[in-house]
Design a protein around this ligand. Structure first.
Ligand SMILES: Nc1nc2c(ncn2[C@@H]2O[C@H](COP(=O)(O)OP(=O)(O)OP(=O)(O)O)[C@@H](O)[C@H]2O)c(=O)[nH]1
Ligand SMILES: [Mg+2]
Length: 248
């Protein structure tokens, strides 16, 4: 386990409450990497986990969301992120978690099984986990492990926000069709979710994702929120508007 130096108690975290969620997310800093959930930070405050198949674009999404080029390392080699990486957003009680990609063929079967058991326990039992951002390549949505993650999220009553990543690979119409089709398929699963298109390459869908995370992480004060809403009004692409479902 590697750990960033802890801030001293005599040096309180700066007051970031006047910032919008997107501005707050730009304060994200690396906290620590853990090889297993047993070594992760105390289960306090709020955290949001990013999960998805290997190569889905998790690290790239975290980098554009936080406006930092190399915060989470992204790579052309699938399976690059093997550790659970924790980041703080202003203070240690507000965290972002980059989970290792699943479905990476080169990982031995026994390790896969152990990892899945841990992942399930984390999703179901972690008290501070406020929501799951599930990234799926928009060309290959809802693969077996994605469905497994959704089932665990449902078991843990965990809200899910789906990013259909690399949407730049499609033209507008086909991208919208993927969004609607995936939304329909997910509606059958009976869990609480929202969904949007996302492109790290084109930096599309960031405001929508920041708004969802601001809500989950309780960093969405109303004064700043009205500024964000103004930003969204001027930039919004309706194909990226998150679609909310709350199915009983
Ligand atoms: N066209 C396009 N490519 C992308 C986008 N986001 C990521 N990629 C590419 O997809 C590959 C994987 O991206 P990563 O962000 O490393 O994916 P990851 O989910 O973190 O992968 P692991 O850490 O292996 O689980 C890289 O080659 C990225 O450049 C996107 O929005 N559009
Ligand atoms: Mg990664």
């Amino acid at each position: 386990m590697t750990k960033a130096p802890a801030s001293k108690n005599t040096d309180p975290s700066p007051d970031l409450t006047h910032l919008s969620p997107r501005q707050r997310l730009q304060q994200t800093a690396f906290l620590m990497s853990a090889p297993t959930f047993r070594l992760c930070p105390p289960d306090e405050g709020y955290e949001v986990a990013f999960a998805g198949r290997s190569n889905a674009g998790k690290s790239s999404a975290i980098n554009v969301l936080t406006n930092q080029r190399q915060l989470a390392r992204s790579s052309k080699t699938p399976g690059r992120t093997q550790m659970i990486n924790f980041f703080t957003i202003g203070n240690q009680e507000t965290r972002l978690v980059d989970l290792p990609g699943y479905g990476y063929a080169a990982v031995p079967e026994a390790m896969k099984i152990e990892w899945q058991t841990e992942l399930e326990e984390y999703l179901v039992a972690r008290e501070s986990l406020a929501g799951l951002v599930l990234l799926m390549d928009s060309r290959h949505p809802l693969k077996f492990f994605d469905q497994q993650m959704l089932q665990w999220a449902k078991d843990g009553n965990l809200p899910v926000h789906v990013l259909l990543t690399k949407s730049d690979k499609f033209k507008y119409g086909p991208a919208k069709n993927v969004l609607l089709k995936t939304k329909q398929d997910m509606s059958k699963l009976g869990l609480s979710f929202s969904i949007q298109l996302f492109s790290s390459l084109k930096k599309e869908g960031i405001d929508e994702l920041a708004a969802v995370m601001g809500n989950w992480l309780h960093i969405d004060n109303s004064a700043a929120k009205s500024n964000v809403d103004n930003d969204i009004d001027s930039n919004i692409d309706s194909s990226n508007t998150p679609i909310d479902f709350n199915i009983e």
